[in-house]
Design a protein around this ligand. Structure first.
Ligand code: AMP
Ligand code: MG
Length: 419
């Protein structure tokens, strides 16, 4: 695999790393068939076709009266068509039928007048307007045609998709099976939340990454195998990786992937499998590693996230998520690239050229309608409070330097699973 080694630092650009990750990943091929109400977030493995026209019949877009042609008023009220209770007869010139939103248009009717534009006295209706042909009528099939492909293979089903499929009578869908992800934290200092704060030893910290990564991956519909926390010992790490390799499609670790004397993630990965990417021009998150562990059938993909909590989540979001989309079978057509826009910076930012920086910011539209953004405080890769207060990344280009108040900068509002 080629690597875009930057002249000085030997760091791989984020763009190239993403490209190489996607290249190295083949979508899962196993499928399952599910009832539609269990399919949100899953990816179609077969196209879904409409079982009927939508709307299924001509119907009213308003509460009012269905009429036939341009008759003189008052009109004679001859019946009603309610949603679920159509009018059974036909109407002719000079007649009207009380109709509610969504109720079938009676035979003979060609327009609907809104209730607010009429006056009813007994069974005589006077119009305060002259409705045109077709007015307030929703036509059969104007949304969807029976047999039409609504969503193709590779579509990640969103809530509006579920609504569309349900309306079109698609009761079951064939989707790619769930991705299985094994999670591991690595670090002698880490303790689980079962340990009360008062009982933590000196230098101990909570294993927050595993909880946060688990929360993120759960939102993405992954099956999670939580393998807990490993000490900084090569043998324990080896055993942990072997267990993870057997139980999952992807292994997500955090910690021990840098260059410290107790960082064994890479060495064990290289011993059992292959390291394909390591050290990116990203801030925070430089020590990010990607590789794979071969096993009897196929291989498990390996994502080694840095231990610093902000770095772990930033690299999960910026690198693991696009890789997961591909693994889950989302086709290019249905991939959702991050939305970036420009905002006016409200505070100066210090930055050295060399790494693409994902600073944490808070953005809003000010009273003049201008999109503005400010940093949420100190930007250390261990500062979680600023991340928690943020609603966007301030994306500072790799070769850029300091920014001043008033500069236009690129922002990337958080999406799931960060929100
Ligand atoms: P490392 O990547 O192992 O060098 O760790 C970098 C920093 O992240 C250190 O301060 C670690 O204590 C911290 N860290 C490592 N793993 C975790 C974790 N699972 N949860 C919270 N902090 C962690
Ligand atoms: Mg460590």
């Amino acid at each position: 695999m080629t690597t875009d080694i930057c002249h000085q630092s030997g760091l791989i650009s984020v763009e190239l790393a993403r490209e190489q990750l996607l290249e190295a990943i083949a979508p899962l091929s196993e499928t399952e068939t599910l009832p539609l109400d269990q399919a949100c977030g899953r990816v179609l493995a077969k196209p879904a076709q409409a079982q009927l026209d939508l709307p299924p019949c001509d119907n009213s877009a308003m509460d009012g009266y269905a009429l036939c042609g341009e008759s003189d008023t008052p009109l004679q009220l001859v019946g009603k068509s309610l949603a679920g209770h159509p009018f059974s007869g036909a109407i002719g010139a000079g007649e009207c039928v009380r109709i509610t939103t969504g109720a079938p248009l009676p035979a003979g009717a060609d327009r609907v007048v809104m209730q607010e534009q009429t006056e009813l006295q007994g069974d005589r209706l006077t119009l305060n307007t002259a409705p045109k042909t077709g007015e307030h009528i929703r036509r059969r099939g104007e949304d969807v045609r029976s047999g039409e492909t609504l969503l193709d293979t590779g579509a990640a089903l969103k809530v509006p998709d579920i609504a569309l499929l349900a309306a079109a009578g698609v009761a079951r869908v064939t989707v790619v099976r769930r991705v299985r992800a094994a999670l591991l934290s690595i670090g002698d200092e880490l303790r689980s939340l079962d340990t009360p704060a008062a009982k933590l030893g000196e230098g101990n910290i909570y294993d927050s990454n595993r909880i946060a990564i688990k929360a993120a991956l759960a939102q993405l519909n992954l099956d999670i195998v939580d393998l807990g926390c490993l000490p900084d010992e090569p043998r324990a790490i080896r055993d942990g990786f072997l267990a993870a390799r057997e139980s999952a499609d992807i292994i997500v670790t955090s910690g021990g992937v840098s260059v410290g004397e107790a960082d064994f993630t890479r060495t064990v990965l290289e011993e059992l499998g292959q390291l394909e990417l390591w050290r990116l021009a990203i801030k925070p998150g430089k020590p990010f590693a990607f590789g794979h562990l071969p096993r009897e059938s196929g291989r498990a993909l390996f994502f080694g996230l840095p231990g610093n909590p902000v770095s772990a989540l930033v690299t999960l979001y910026q690198l693991v998520l696009p890789a997961l989309e591909k693994l889950k079978g989302v086709s290019d057509e249905y991939r959702q690239p991050p939305i970036q826009c420009r905002a006016r910076l409200l505070n100066p930012i210090a930055k050295k050229p060399g790494r693409l920086d994902y600073q944490r910011g808070y953005t809003w539209r000010d009273c003049d309608g201008q999109q503005v953004v400010r940093s949420t405080g100190v930007q250390g890769s261990h500062i979680l409070s600023g991340f928690s207060r943020a609603n966007c990344f301030i994306v500072l280009p790799r070769e850029g330097g300091n920014c001043d108040t008033g500069d236009w900068v690129t922002i990337e509002p958080f999406r799931a699973p960060l929100v």
